[in-house]
Design a protein. Structure first.
Length: 647
């Protein structure tokens, strides 16, 4: 463990803050155009965003080299690079799946898509507060059909909702940061999480020796061997879009089409069994423990076999719903497991609120007492905002506390499990149906629960893992945690403002109907279709749902007991928690390939050869991010997007 008390800690500099703010601004301006119009690889899209890695690589290999040639010592230091990285990382998801992708369409869609047939106006329009949605007829129609020539964007119709949702989002982010502060020491110092996704930036940011222009990582020839692999692969595939005569190496193999006979035809339903090859995912898996990488693909295939057996036996149960509730039960048990492991640490941190014990929190991003107060006050303030919108207090507290637990598990998966892309197959509101029945919750509450989709649905760009990764990387680089926290806060505020402008500017000039259909139509209408069904057909507690939830909880509990008592047990419950998600569907085969690579290397070469090949796999990650960044830039110019990671 690094004892920062005996070392000089670096504060932020004005140039690092300005470069970081510039990077955040450009990122938020470009993201909507790239992600939803051009259709290129998402600038973020996961917890090691291509745009951030690409930008820092350019700063290190181009800007820093030029600055050092001009004058020794003028280059950006490792601490400054960390500040820039931290700012861009926490802001990366805000213009897309981390906030704006789901927020903006959901403010308009309940009015645009309301018809006499779906009865939305009668069912729930009266439960939508005017200050949190956009109901102006022109603002709504122009949103989807684009502005007529000469018309200006109706900013006045968006002013109240933008202010209300900005306040909610900032309080939400502050609450998450406070919780990260309370988790940091437990995960970094006590449990010593591996933080696989910070290994690449930590190697990149190390300063060169003496007058060298680049550090040891970039001078490693083995790293460049790995770098060439994704550059060649995606270079050819990208060029094929422009010049069809160029070979197009396959990375997708739709094998589910071969499952046509019963009962294996059940495998053809989404999420079906497909082979996707993602070099950066294979490389990240090489950095993980074998039990985590094995469990990820093993449980996906096991779930597919479960589906086949249910279908073959003719059981009259919904396999997807059964597996979803199993996952929900597993999450609840794993939340308890995380709290149980950190019980002594959490007891110490929360006791500082009552001055019962002096905590060693001088090097923490916030004093523990402040973090505890911020967490509690943030939670209550968010619940109050939900109440003002019409939600019952108990429903608001239930959803918020539950999501805090769910997000903690998902963050655990990223910072210790190394998963680039995490999703669950349900929403926090689904627990209301399973545990209480939909009839126990009133119509105004269900209407506001729809908006959980904004911040609690798509976790691929959720901010909490980025905050934890930033807290981790600050230690070895010796950056002051509190300085990093300040600039992260500035980045969030700036990102929200710029993202509103860039998103609405694109949508009104192009028309949402001409942008990505899934985001602006499918995803923007399905929550209200579901809401209408809940309001029209309220239900009580369903035994099937509750039973599968209990089965999932017992399954996770049993696996945790086996891991605790038997060293030979190598199956990790993390795989079970991700079985039915889109992330697993996309990544399971790449996890299998990464697991095979590491298993063979450790089996026949031992740990020594594993360490020697580590730069190859870091080079693969860097190469895919660099070629991905290049194709993003080309796509912005040509309007032809090339996607090398899941959308």
């Amino acid at each position: 463990m690094l004892d920062t008390s005996t070392l000089k800690l670096y504060s932020l500099t004005s140039r690092s803050m300005l470069i970081g703010l510039l990077g955040v601004t450009i990122q938020c301006l470009v993201t909507p155009y790239n992600d939803f119009l051009v259709g290129g690889t998402y600038l973020a899209g996961n917890h090691l965003p291509i745009a951030v890695v690409f930008s820092l690589t350019v700063l290190i290999l181009v800007v820093n080299v030029l600055l050092k040639r001009i004058k020794l010592g003028m280059q950006l230091s490792a601490a400054e690079l960390t500040i820039i990285w931290g700012m861009m990382l926490v802001a990366s998801g805000i213009p897309s799946s981390g906030l704006m992708r789901y927020l903006i369409p959901l403010l308009v869609s309940p009015f645009y898509f309301a018809t006499a047939e779906n009865e939305w106006a009668d069912l729930f329009h009266q439960h939508l507060p005017s200050w949190m949605v956009v109901s102006n007829s022109k603002a709504v129609s122009y949103f989807y059909e684009k502005l007529p020539d000469g018309e200006a964007i109706p900013w006045e119709a968006w002013l109240k909702p933008m202010l209300a949702w900005s306040g909610f989002a900032l309080v939400f982010f502050f609450m998450i940061i406070c919780w990260c502060v309370l988790l940091r020491k437990q995960w970094v110092e006590h449990e010593r999480f591996s933080f696989p996704l910070v290994q690449l930036p930590m190697d990149m940011f190390q300063p060169p020796e003496g007058r060298d222009l680049i550090n040891h990582f970039f001078k490693n020839h083995v790293m460049w061997i790995g770098f060439i692999i994704p550059v060649a692969l995606h270079g050819l595939r990208g060029l094929h879009l422009y010049f069809p005569s160029i070979p197009n190496p396959p990375v997708f193999f739709p094998i589910s089409r071969y499952f046509t006979e019963k009962p294996f035809s059940a495998l053809a339903w989404w999420p079906s069994v497909q082979f996707f090859i993602y070099p950066s995912v294979i490389a990240v898996v090489y950095l993980l423990t074998l039990e985590i990488s094995f469990s990820f693909w093993f449980f996906f295939l096991l779930t597919k076999m479960e589906t086949v057996l249910i279908y073959a036996a003719g059981f009259k149960i919904n396999a997807g719903m059964f597996q979803q509730n199993q996952q929900m039960g597993g999450f609840l048990v794993f939340i308890g497991f995380i709290i149980w492991l950190g019980r002594d640490h959490f007891k110490n941190t929360f006791s500082t609120l009552f001055e019962r014990k002096t905590a060693n929190d001088q090097n923490e991003p916030l004093p523990y007492a402040w973090a505890v107060i911020g967490l509690i006050c943030g939670l209550l303030l968010l619940a109050l905002m939900c109440m003002l919108a019409g939600m019952s207090f108990w429903v608001a507290i239930f959803i918020l506390v539950l999501f805090l637990g769910l997000s903690t598990v998902m963050t655990w998966m990223v910072v210790n499990g190394g998963l680039l892309f995490v999703l669950y197959s349900f929403l926090p509101g689904d627990y209301l149906i399973t545990l209480f029945g939909s009839a126990r919750v009133n119509a105004p509450s269900w209407t506001i629960v729809v908006y959980e989709r904004v911040l609690m649905f798509d976790m691929r760009e959720f901010m909490m893992p980025s905050v934890m990764n930033n807290f981790k990387i600050a230690d070895p680089i010796r950056v002051k945690q509190r300085s990093l926290l300040i600039v992260m806060g500035l980045a969030m505020v700036l990102a929200i403002g710029v993202s509103y402008y860039s998103s609405l500017n694109l949508i009104y000039k192009r028309g949402a109907l001409n942008l990505q259909h899934w985001t602006y139509v499918n995803s923007a209408t399905s929550p209200f279709t579901r809401l209408a069904s809940i309001l029209q057909h309220p239900t009580g507690i369903e035994i099937d749902r509750l039973t599968s939830l209990v089965i999932g909880g017992f399954a996770i509990f049993g696996m945790l007991l086996m891991r605790h008592h038997y060293l030979w047990w190598k199956i990790h419950p993390i795989g079970f928690l991700m079985t039915t998600s889109y992330a697993t569907y996309c990544y399971w085969f790449s996890f299998f390939l990464g697991w095979i690579c590491k298993y063979i290397m450790l089996k026949f070469g031992g740990f020594t050869y594993y360490r020697k090949l580590r730069p190859v796999f870091l080079g693969i990650i860097l190469g895919e991010c660099l070629i991905g960044g290049i194709w993003i830039i080309v796509g912005l110019v040509t309007g032809i997007g090339y996607r090398l990671l899941p959308g």
